[in-house]
Design a protein around this ligand. Structure first.
Ligand SMILES: Nc1ncnc2c1ncn2[C@@H]1O[C@H](COP(=O)(O)OP(=O)(O)OP(=O)(O)O)[C@@H](O)[C@H]1O
Length: 282
């Protein structure tokens, strides 16, 4: 499959602070790629390099075949969307009028407004003034604006941080619909459940280095201890080894009708991250 992003030996040093050290990864066309890491691990620096806002100290970041020196060109910018926390919305205008202004400015047909509002589930709210919106709605308007020019590649830096679960879910649904339409998404987050929900593959970044890169299900399988937990009707929980030894015991409890539930003990992405780096995600 075609690679949309190719990053080789990327390094970024700010003064004496190394933000990225020998970072290598590829993002395939149509995939949702999660760049995960705690605060200060280098996520924003990577997005800034990939969107042409920052030059790397060394190494190469290619997007759509353009090398990093060409990533601030207009032709590249038209193919990407970047969701940042910089709102730039007009408070006294409605959602619709804000989006229309953007359409006029960037020569996007106004019919597109209806499509993007539907994607972020704001069709019924389009006449509301931006000054009256909740944080979650505001974030959805910003996402809608990012999508107006139909970018092939979307960069999202912590899209749901500071949102409540209901609003995060709305954003996730919009992103899933986009992904179904073939948009490639590069997402940074420190929210591991968000990554599990949305990402085809994830990279774990720690202190500017990629520690792991794979599909979430492969990582969970790789780091699973293969044990099984049985919850019994008398309230006990029994942890059993996988394989035939555990299967025999499971069968005995099942055949005597004592079992409430059976779980395989797969780790979450958060567990794996802590295992690899020895620290919690914050
Ligand atoms: N302009 C800058 N000047 C100096 N150091 C910087 C600059 N920008 C970032 N850094 C440092 O580079 C490292 C990586 O920062 P970066 O913002 O990329 O991390 P992050 O993973 O996006 O963090 P967060 O989740 O808090 O946004 C940090 O140690 C940070 O202090």
């Amino acid at each position: 499959m075609e690679n949309v992003i190719e990053v080789n030996k990327l390094e970024k040093v700010y003064g004496t602070q190394t933000a990225l050290a020998d970072v290598n990864f590829q993002v395939k066309k149509g995939e949702t790629f999660g760049f995960l890491g705690p605060s200060g691990s280098g996520k924003t620096t990577t997005i800034k390099i990939l969107t042409g806002q920052l030059r790397p100290t060394s190494g190469d970041a290619q997007v759509f075949g353009h090398s990093n020196s060409a990533l601030n060109h207009q032709s590249y910018r038209q193919r990407i969307g970047v969701l940042t926390d910089n709102s730039g919305l007009y408070q006294r205008l409605s959602i619709y009028d804000n989006l229309k202004l953007y359409c006029d400015l960037y020569h996007v047909p106004v019919q597109r407004i209806g499509e993007v509002l539907q994607l972020v589930n704001l069709t019924d709210e389009k006449k509301k003034l931006v000054s009256k919106l909740s944080k979650g709605m505001l974030q959805r308007v910003l996402l809608a604006r990012t999508l107006l020019h139909e970018p092939d590649l979307l960069f999202l830096d912590e899209p749901t941080s500071a949102l409540d679960p209901a609003n995060s879910k709305q954003i996730h649904e919009g992103l899933r619909r986009l992904n179904e339409n073939g948009t490639t998404v590069f997402l940074t987050t420190h929210d591991m459940s968000e990554a599990e929900t949305l990402c085809d593959r994830v990279a774990f970044l720690h202190k500017g280095k990629i520690k792991l890169l794979d599909e979430p299900k492969n990582l969970r399988r790789k780091y699973s201890d293969s044990t099984i937990t049985l919850e019994l009707k008398d309230g006990r929980e029994i942890v059993l080894p996988g394989g035939s030894e555990g299967a025999d015991v499971v069968y005995q409890y099942l055949s005597t009708n004592q079992v409430v539930s059976i779980h395989s003990n797969e780790p979450t992405l958060g567990d794996i991250f802590v295992d690899i780096t020895g620290r919690e995600l914050v």
